[in-house]
Ligand binder design. Structure first.
Ligand code: NAD
Length: 480
């Protein structure tokens, strides 16, 4: 990969993707796409309408019986061709994510592009091996695709979040209408370029770009959508659940988080801090699983704060296309302002600033916020309770393991977390006590086949692996 690469050329798109072809939108209105590293508008996409959603849902409905009846190995072959077509666009995907989201190119290549390719690969294998039918007494238990899926995705991992829905839905035999985030629609278009190349049957996957209140609501409320699969904020998830409840449609929700990184007294502190800071700042902190609360045993607290400050000092802000940049901007001016408001509130609440803060130097333009660390954060304070979704870390001391677990679980969220200890059994015991969907012990690697999703207000249901495919199925019992 050439790290001096330039932004991609194609930044304006004029069509929807419906019934296997690029289609004219019903309205001439458009949504601008901005480069958050400069604040300049770099392109635009159609502002979809409820009428566009109707067309796309009708196409998905028409395609459903044929796709549901397609043999598993043929569905796998389609997904395999899609993987090949997407992989051929890896450089363009990374450059597009760097341009419309501001993720540094190296990370955009490794995570924003590499991860969805890995997930899509795993779905090729899972599509070929559907859940086996079995008998219970006189019943034959079968799994069937749920039907037409409305997929609504956020901007923070613009290809991964889409692939984590579209690929398992297709593997299960469902058809899909996608509404990507209006902040980062261009990356989703590259998936549809790949879908065109791969020759997926018409109507199996459809694209309607546009805003949440218009296209998102129309999709979530559509009477012919059987399951709404949503990733985004808890507030929007609640709204989508309400809309789906009106017609008792299924919903899968992947929402926010405020994950705890528990560093026990006997931990390898330099590693725990280095990995913990890296996790909290990943993608400028715009990561739902970010370990944004670092809980450190009192005996190691002062030492940990020195290590945190030193680690944060190594994160250079700047142009996402500059190979020396480790942190890009926030995704939008509104997101940057929200993060600054959280920082101001933490200062007002008496948290101790250890790094960054409102006066730290920033690049001259773009939506940048300095990586910021607060110590002595009260576990009940806004900073410890609210999802910031920016490069802001709260460090909290604890006296013993019970207190660490109590603080970790003192959250309305429960998406991810971590535990560090020289005693792996002790770490595992803490992991078991944490009310959260994923826990990494001593830096355990991300597993794309493991179930991903949240307890409490972090969501409903699971994505990825066989668990992710199951979300898109119904169970049927046939008595004989
Ligand atoms: P968001 O909720 O504002 O938007 C997400 C999507 O929903 C976008 O496509 C948006 O257009 C759409 N939308 C907005 N209002 C809508 C409405 N009324 N009806 C239907 N659709 C609507 O979230 P965001 O700001 O794009 O993403 C950030 C949030 O996503 C964070 O809270 C983050 O934690 C969460 N997130 C969660 C996960 C996870 O897997 N748990 C992953 C990534 C992001």
């Amino acid at each position: 990969m050439d790290l001096a690469a330039t932004p991609p050329a194609l930044l304006t798109r004029r069509h929807l993707y419906v019934a296997g072809d690029w289609a004219d939108p019903t309205s001439g209105d458009t949504v601008p796409v901005e480069n958050p590293a400069t604040g300049s508008v770099v392109g635009e996409v159609p502002a979809g309408t409820p009428a566009d959603v109707d067309r796309a849902v009708a196409a998905a409905r028409a395609a459903f019986p044929g796709w549901a009846a397609t043999a598993p190995e043929q569905r796998a072959a389609h997904l395999d061709r899609l993987h090949t077509a997407l992989a051929a666009r890896a450089d363009e995907i990374a450059r597009t994510v760097a341009t419309e989201l501001g993720t540094p190119l190296k990370l955009a290549t490794r995570v924003q592009t590499g991860l969805p390719l890995t997930v899509l690969r795993s779905m090729v294998d899972l599509a070929a091996r559907p859940a086996t039918e079995h008998t219970v007494g006189n019943s034959l238990i079968v799994r069937e695709p749920v039907g037409v899926v409305g997929a609504i995705t956020p901007w923070n991992y613009p290809l991964h979040q889409v692939v984590a829905k579209v690929a398992p839905a297709l593997a299960a035999g469902c058809t899909v209408v996608l509404k990507p985030s209006e902040l980062t629609p261009l990356t989703a278009y590259l998936l549809f370029d790949a879908i065109t190349d791969a020759g997926l049957p018409p109507g199996v996957v459809n694209l309607v770009p546009g805003t949440g209140p218009v296209v998102g609501e129309a999709l979530a409320a559509h009477p012919d959508v059987d399951l709404v699969s949503f990733t985004g904020s808890t507030a929007t998830g609640r709204r989508i659940a309400h809309l789906a409840a009106e017609r008792i449609a299924r919903v899968s929700l992947e929402l926010g988080g405020k994950s705890a990184n528990v560093v026990l007294a006997d931990a390898d502190l330099p590693t725990a801090v280095k990995v913990g800071v890296g996790n909290a700042l990943l993608n400028s902190g715009q990561t739902c699983t970010a370990w944004t609360r670092m809980l450190v045993h009192r005996d190691r607290y002062a030492e940990a704060l020195d290590l945190v400050a030193a680690a944060v000092a190594g994160y250079r802000l700047g142009d996402p296309f500059d190979p020396g940049t480790r942190l890009g901007p926030l995704a939008s001016a509104a997101q940057a302002q929200r993060v600054r408001d959280h920082v101001d509130r933490a200062l007002a609440d008496g948290a101790r600033l250890v790094a960054g803060g409102p006066d730290a130097p920033l690049p001259p333009r773009g939506h940048f916020v300095a990586p910021t660390v607060f110590a002595d954060v009260h576990p009940d304070s806004a900073l410890a309770q609210e999802e910031v979704f920016g490069p802001v870390l709260a460090v909290i001391p604890f006296a013993d393991t019970d207190e660490a677990v109590a603080i970790a679980n003192n959250s309305r969220y429960g998406l991810a977390g971590a535990v560090w200890s020289a005693d792996s059994d002790a770490a595992l015991a803490v992991a078991r006590r944490m009310r959260t969907g994923q826990v990494d012990v001593n830096g355990g690697a991300f597993n794309p086949l493991a179930p991903f999703g949240g307890y409490k207000q972090s969501g409903l249901g699971r994505e990825l692996g066989a668990y992710g495919v199951k979300e898109f199925t119904e169970l049927k019992a046939i008595q004989r």
